[in-house]
Design a protein around this ligand. Sequence first.
Ligand code: NZQ
Ligand code: ZN
Length: 389
Amino acid sequence: MDNFIFENPTKIIFGKDMENSVGEEVRNYSKKILLHYGGGSIKKTGLYDRVVASLKAAEIEYIELPGVKPNPRLSLVREGIKICRENNIDFILAVGGGSVIDSAKAIAMGTVYDGDVWDFYTGKAVPEAALPIGTILTIPAAGSESSTGSVITNEDGWYKRSVDSTVIYPRFSILNPELAFTLPKYQVACGAADILAHLMERYFTNTKSVELIDRLIESTMKTIIKYVPIVLDDSTNYEAWAQVMWAGTVAHNNLFSTGRVGDWASHSIEHEISGIYDVAHGAGLAVVFPAWMKYVYKHDINRFVQFAVRVWNVEQDFFDPEKTALQGIEKLEEFFKTIGLPIRLEGLGITDDRLEEMADKGTDSDRRTLGNFVKLGKQDVYNILKLAQ
Ligand code: NZQ
Ligand code: ZN
């Protein structure tokens, strides 16, 4: 196990009706905030009215910035930075999913930075500060409610890039599983794929002696595999949603990164797909991850055997580990199919051939490799995308 320092400062406020205390929480930080949200689901569900009532009761002034799109855009981030600066706003409340939260994080960094916020996403600059943010989560998926990540799409060239920094850990996140009751089934499935992907990115490691976190990851994967079909059948099952929502947070709050090096190539490859084609991140992952697995499993067959046996209950063939490893990958594909996700690019509606372009963009024209479990160059990324076709 590697040395590590683990500190996750996000206060989690979990359970029924907890969003009604948001005004009180915000008051610990600010009296004037930016209220950031997406395309309107929070108005349809009535959440917006409750949030606003709570802010008013706590005498918090708010300026609204709605309109965050899935795969959040840089142009809206720039608009948010302008609003925060012009109005001396010192706190951002994000109400929504990963897209809204990531957009809020970008605005939070950009407002206190003299240069261009995109510098953080290209690696040209490292964020040193950000406005504090809080979140009310409406979809278990990206894990951004308690993560160091923010992923933004620059419409100029359709580059989808991420930044990773502890300055953007939310100060608090309110998780009420009831808020997920209104999710369309497809979004539920995309969220499940993303949660599994965050677990698998960490699971496939070259670090040795990582049994404790292996076991925690496996049990979190099994929780998703058990409870996501339940919420898909019964969308108001609170107890099942509670399992899924908390799993989504722990999958990505960095506890499961402790003592080991994760992979993350599949995420980078997926970002090229959703950057160009604007598909849901989770759906893209359901296509990329199995293809990545088929490409790299020989690098450490035993780890893939462990995944098959412990997570998917595949019966181990001691004479043919490759067979067992491949059965685990098949089970993952079957799961994605049963919850209604595509497992090939064609199923995402991608029938043109821009694989070479994506491999080139993702690897900076072969100047950088992707992943750690196996380091992938441009040709490898192309081969994986070909397997996903
Ligand atoms: O915009 P509204 O109207 O709110 O609708 C949203 C959106 O259309 C809808 N929705 C959310 N909650 C709902 C709801 N509809 C009905 N009822 C509810 N309760 O769902 C749609 C998708 O929302 P989005 O925020 O895009 O989903 P998700 O949470 O999956 O976020 C995806 C984004 O997060 C990034 C992804 O790349 C993608 O851009 N990621 C962020 C990470 C991070 N910051 O740590 C890590 C992830 O790996 C991921 O890359
Ligand atoms: Zn993800």
